[in-house]
Design a protein around this ligand. Structure first.
Ligand code: DAH
Length: 349
């Protein structure tokens, strides 16, 4: 029965081959089960055997063939599974890794200051006028200058040259025209007018560290009965202490604006002022203009200056931001460099 022994040996050899790591299954199949494979060779050499012997050898041959085929199939499945596992392991996503945080924007530093100013005046019962209908950036000469007591030949116009669309239509140089627009609409039977108007203004200036052809102002106006300079001073002190801190003081110096009489320039103390501070030691910085609204302006807006009085002020958020944060170049606010703007990111993201 040597042929049966041969077949059993072939079976063992095939198994040994298949057990080898990284075995090429197709090669094994061809070598053992192929037309010229080892099993076929054995079966070919049984032509001299008796019928019974042939039957016996044939049977073993079939068993061995099936066994090898089964092993081949198993191996094939195992190899596919191993390949899949290797692929999965290589592509593993670590769900515990922190993700990439999307970067959220934050309010521009100038907007933050304007929000702070708005919040303060809302608390004092003012209305905020900042819509393009009642506070347009494209203004008429009439509202921007004439109604502010600056007739066409007025020398103070020189300081506020601007961009003209037509000789009568221009980009506003100040938020003061919002005063007239608000006064015209105001119904005094409902009480005094208390308003602020934050917004953009334009000047025909060459941009440098302290000038920008476009910057911001917050206009303020209060019109009512018995409004006095004391009301103005108290109001300005409250907003300056809101912006710079409670221990800061203000100083009013006489000045000139065509639309106020008297007019003042307002300084805020650079340092905190306590009971022990000597007045001569206080360092003052100029921050805004203000005054009691000129009777002519009230008249032009249809308000009787005998019955009503008013104060007005103009705040400069750009200047406040520069002072508050030690920014030396106003152009920084408009360059949109995120590295600069991120310094004022209150959200901390
Ligand atoms: N409009 C002035 C300017 O742009 C600022 C200003 C000063 C506004 C005094 C006022 C004010 O309302 O009373 O230079």
């Amino acid at each position: 029965m040597t042929l049966i022994d041969d077949l059993n040996q072939i079976a063992q050899a095939a198994q040994a081959d298949l057990d080898q790591e990284g075995v090429d299954l197709e090669q094994v199949r061809v070598a053992y089960l192929g037309k010229k494979g080892k099993i076929t060779q054995v079966l070919k050499s049984m032509k001299d055997l008796s019928v019974d012997e042939k039957k016996a050898v044939g049977q073993v041959g079939n068993q061995v063939r099936e066994a090898i085929q089964t092993s081949l199939d198993e191996k094939k499945e195992a190899q596919a599974a191993a390949a899949l596992n290797a692929k999965l392991a290589a592509e593993t996503i670590d769900v515990t890794l922190p993700g990439t945080k999307p970067k959220l924007g934050n309010r521009h530093v100038l907007q933050q200051i304007m929000d702070e100013i708005e919040g303060h005046f809302l608390g004092l019962g003012y209305q905020v006028i900042d819509d393009p209908v009642d506070s347009p950036e494209v203004e008429t000469d009439e509202y921007n200058f004439e109604r502010e007591n600056l007739p066409k030949d007025h020398p103070a116009r020189d300081m506020q040259d601007t961009f003209y669309i037509t000789p009568e239509i221009l980009l506003r140089t100040q938020t003061s025209p919002v005063q007239s627009r608000a006064l015209e609409k105001h119904d005094f039977s409902k009480g005094p007018l208390k308003m602020i108007a934050p917004g953009k203004v334009y000047r025909r200036d060459t941009d440098d560290a302290t000038h920008s052809h476009q910057f911001h102002q917050v206009e303020g106006l209060v019109v009512g009965k018995n409004i006095t300079m004391a009301d103005l001073k108290g109001t300005l002190l409250s907003i300056m202490q809101e912006l710079f801190g409670e221990k800061h003081q203000i100083r009013l110096r006489p000045s000139y604006f065509p639309f106020t009489e008297p007019s003042v320039e307002v300084d805020v103390s650079w340092d905190e002022v306590t009971e022990d501070t000597k007045p001569e030691d206080i360092r003052w910085i100029e921050v805004l203009g203000a005054g009691m609204t000129h009777p002519n302006v009230l008249k032009m807006d249809g308000v009787d200056p005998e019955e009503y009085s008013a104060f007005a002020f103009g705040l400069g958020p750009d200047r406040f931001a520069m002072l508050k944060y030690g920014v030396e170049d106003i152009r920084q606010f408009y360059l949109n460099d995120v590295r600069f703007l991120d310094q004022f990111n209150k959200r901390g993201n």
